[in-house]
Design a protein around this ligand. Structure first.
Ligand code: F6P
Length: 330
């Protein structure tokens, strides 16, 4: 029997379990022996794994996190670690490996491909949606919905107090979560790296526009969604600057890790399932060193070596934000 292994690696993302399930079911159906390494590349290095069968993937499609555990594994950035991982795969007679994770995990996968000559297939799983070559990553839509739910709740208190709120969402260095949750929550401002070339000038314009709005009776609540790492100073400091400049009570909130947890929304479960099935099909066709992604609504394959992080001047994101900005003065 041909042996296929799965790992989940890097930041967990809702929908990873749905992907593990789809891969396992499809691979079992195609006659493979399926195993899952524990805690990403750590499991490969330390030969820690479990057998995956019908029972192990039963009733997991709706669960957040990952049944295989995950980790950020620094050892994959040194030769010794990569060689160990490669040895484990050879010793266990594994012929193909599916890596579900983000950019760091794909880098680990590429390092591995230099020593191990089995088939490696990547599946993009990260809430950040920052992987080049795919329009969507597993977990992204769930994170947006979670952020949205929190922003809506904060909007209630912002409205009750006529306060300004600065709300920080995740995304590492990418503004997609801020953009989508900002659009969906009707945020008055969305701040992300992609929009900032000169920070001092950007902040000055922002303060002027907030002050202008605060002098009008509309809107009564003012919500600013900011992507983490977008600014060189903290979200709390931004709130302080706004408060001082406008004389309006301004508070800040960091949504943090809540955005990574919870049951995956339908879109993430479906995407994870589609990508998982396609990954096994790619293995059947003897493909290697590919990422399975989604582009313009189609499931596609993309060279793993060309993935990397989405560019900071991401034009798609800027265009989409422009499309949704109203620029009203009342
Ligand atoms: O990549 C997912 C993510 O949640 C990012 O949005 C965030 O910057 C990072 O992981 C946090 O990493 P850690 O879990 O290592 O603190």
């Amino acid at each position: 029997k041909q042996r296929l292994a799965i790992i989940t690696s890097g930041g967990d993302a809702p929908g990873m379990n749905a992907s593990i399930r789809a891969i396992t079911l499809k691979a079992l159906q195609n006659g493979y022996d399926v195993i899952g390494f524990i805690a990403g590349f750590h499991g490969l290095i330390n030969a820690e794994f479990i057998q995956l069968d019908l029972k192990s993937v039963d009733n997991i499609i709706h669960k957040g996190g990952t049944i295989l555990k995950t980790a950020r594994c620094k050892d994959m950035f040194n030769e010794q670690g990569v060689k160990k991982a490669s040895c484990t795969l050879n010793n266990l007679d594994i012929e193909s490996l599916i890596v579900i994770g983000g950019d760091g995990s794909f880098k680990g996968a590429q390092a591995l491909s230099e020593y191990w000559h089995g088939q490696i297939i990547g599946i993009p799983g990260t809430i950040d949606n920052d992987i080049n070559g795919t329009d969507q990553t597993i977990g992204f839509w769930t994170a947006i919905d979670t952020a949205l739910d929190c922003i809506d709740k904060i909007r209630d208190t912002a409205d009750a107090f006529d306060r300004i709120f600065v709300i920080e969402v995740m995304g590492r260095d990418c503004g997609f979560i801020a953009m989508e949750s900002g659009i969906a929550s009707g945020a008055q401002q969305i701040i992300c790296h992609e929009l900032i070339s000169d920070e001092a000038d950007f902040i000055q314009q922002l303060l002027i526009s907030i002050k202008k709005a605060s002098k009008q009776s509309y809107p009564q609540s003012y919500v600013i969604v900011v992507a983490e790492n977008a600014l060189s100073f903290s979200t709390a400091e931004l709130a302080k600057k706004i408060s001082e400049y406008t004389q309006v009570d301004t508070r800040s909130a960091i949504l943090g890790y809540v955005q990574r947890g919870g049951a995956p929304v339908a879109m993430d479960r479906v995407l994870a399932t589609q990508l998982g099935i396609k990954a096994v099909e790619a293995i059947n066709k003897q493909k290697r060193n590919l990422m399975i992604g989604m582009s313009k609504g189609e499931i596609i394959t993309f060279p793993l070596s060309q993935t990397g992080l989405k560019n900071k001047t991401n034009k798609d994101l800027i265009k989409r934000l422009e499309q949704f900005s109203f620029n009203l003065t009342i």
